[in-house]
Unconditional design. Structure first.
Length: 275
C-alpha cells in the first residue's frame, strides 16, 4: 500500500520526497508553492525532474495540494487568478511526477446554483488548456460556511458535467466526511454501497487520512491524530483495509508533534495494513 503524509518543500521538491522517504513513507503530499498565495511560481525544473526520478526509483507516489485561496467557484478577477494558479500547480505537479493536484470543492455565497455553474466554468477553462498527465482531484468538504461539497452526489455531478471528466478524480478526506455526516464512523458498508452505485468509489484517487477533533456532524474542520480523535480507531482501520483502496495512497494531514509524529502514524498504518 502507498502510505505517507504531507511534507514541506522548504528544501525543494527533491528534498520533500527524501523527507517523506526518511519517515518510512512511500507516498506524500506537498504544496507546490506558497500555500497562501495564488501567484504563479517560476520553479526549478531540474529540482522537479530530480524529484520525479527519485520517486520512480524508490517506487513512491505523490500529489500536490493547491494553495488555500484556491476557490474553483471564484468570479471576476479572482477567477482569472485561480485559473492561472491551477495551471501552474498542474505544471509543477507534472514535472515532479505527481499524479494529481488536490483542490477543495468550490465555495459560493448566495446563489448556490450559480456557484456550481462557475465551478464548471473554471474547471473547463483549466482543462481545455491542460495537456499533461496530472489530474485535478476534487476534495469533499466538512460543511463549514456555504455547506457545498459535502455529498457524493455533488462531486459526481460536477465531474460528469465538465467537458473533460477523464481529467478529474476525487480525494476523500475522512475528517471532512465525518464532520459533514457523509460517513458517521459506523456506516462504512452503507457508504461504500452508495459510493459504488454513484460511481464515486472508483474515482477516489487519494485519501486524506485524518481523524476529527470535533464530533460527527459538527461541520467543523479540525484534524486529530489518527487514533486520538472522535473517530474510533476501528473505523479508521476499516477504511485503511478496504480492498478497493488497496492502490490508493493514504496521506496524513494530522498534527505532527513529538508525541504524535507522522513517522509513528505511518508505522501504525503499516502494521494495520500488514506492509
Amino acid at each position: 500500500m502507498k502510505l505517507g503524509c504531507h511534507v514541506s518543500i522548504k528544501d525543494g521538491y527533491l528534498g520533500a520526497a527524501k523527507r517523506a522517504y526518511s519517515l518510512g513513507a512511500n507516498a506524500f503530499q506537498y504544496f507546490p508553492k506558497n500555500p497562501r498565495s495564488l501567484g504563479v511560481k517560476s520553479f526549478d525544473r531540474h529540482d522537479a525532474k530530480q524529484c520525479a526520478e527519485f520517486c520512480a526509483a524508490e517506487q513512491m507516489v505523490s500529489i500536490a495540494h493547491t494553495p488555500y485561496p484556491t476557490n474553483i467557484a471564484a468570479t471576476g478577477e479572482k477567477e482569472t487568478a485561480v485559473v492561472e494558479s491551477l495551471l501552474n500547480d498542474l505544471d509543477i505537479a507534472d514535472a515532479c511526477g505527481s499524479f494529481g493536484i488536490v483542490v477543495h470543492f468550490g465555495s459560493a455565497k448566495g446563489d448556490l446554483l450559480q456557484g456550481y455553474q462557475q465551478m464548471l466554468n473554471v474547471l473547463n477553462q483549466v482543462q481545455a488548456q491542460w495537456e499533461g498527465r496530472s489530474l485535478i482531484l476534487i476534495e469533499n468538504m466538512a460543511g463549514k460556511g456555504d455547506q457545498l461539497g459535502m455529498t457524493m452526489e455533488e462531486l459526481i455531478k460536477i465531474r460528469e458535467l465538465t467537458n473533460y471528466p477523464e481529467k478529474i478524480g476525487f480525494c476523500l478526506d475522512t475528517c471532512h466526511a465525518f464532520a459533514s455526516d457523509l460517513w458517521n464512523g459506523r456506516n462504512w458498508n452503507a457508504f461504500v454501497d452508495k459510493g459504488r452505485e454513484l460511481g464515486f468509489i472508483e474515482q477516489v484517487k487519494a485519501i486524506h487520512f485524518n481523524n476529527s477533533f470535533y464530533p460527527n456532524g459538527s461541520r467543523k474542520d479540525r484534524h486529530s491524530p489518527i487514533v486520538k480523535g472522535e473517530i474510533h480507531a476501528e473505523a479508521m482501520k476499516e477504511i485503511l483495509l478496504h480492498a478497493e483502496f488497496a492502490d490508493v495512497p493514504f496521506i496524513l494531514e494530522t498534527p505532527n508533534t513529538e508525541k504524535d509524529s507522522h513517522q509513528q502514524e505511518i508505522e501504525w498504518m503499516k502494521q494495520v495494513a500488514g506492509n
